[in-house]
Design a protein around this ligand. Sequence first.
Ligand SMILES: [Zn+2]
Length: 114
Amino acid sequence: MKQKIKKRLDRKCTVCGNAIRAVVYTNRKIRSGHYFGKIRLYRESELKKMQRSGTHKSKINKDWIADVYNYDPKPYAHAEHWECPSCYWRPKTKVNPLNKDALRFTTKKIKRKQ
Ligand SMILES: [Zn+2]
């Protein structure tokens, strides 16, 4: 069965910054890119404030307690979070630590909503 290409998207990998040329098929499957939805972008000063604020234990659901930062950083923008295939399959260690923290923080927020 042949899939039809709906559109091509030029995106940037949020993790490593490499260009992604994703192909979107009509059945909504995406090739050569992994889309995780919208994420919040934070300024470095906001993230530093967050890291200095310390954490507290927060009950997310009945069997999950997580460390949550005391300070909620204010996002300056919302962006799409994309990962290139190499970051998706083989997570690299050279991720900007502040960026990584922001991603983890965002993931936590998303999980908390469920
Ligand atoms: Zn990447």
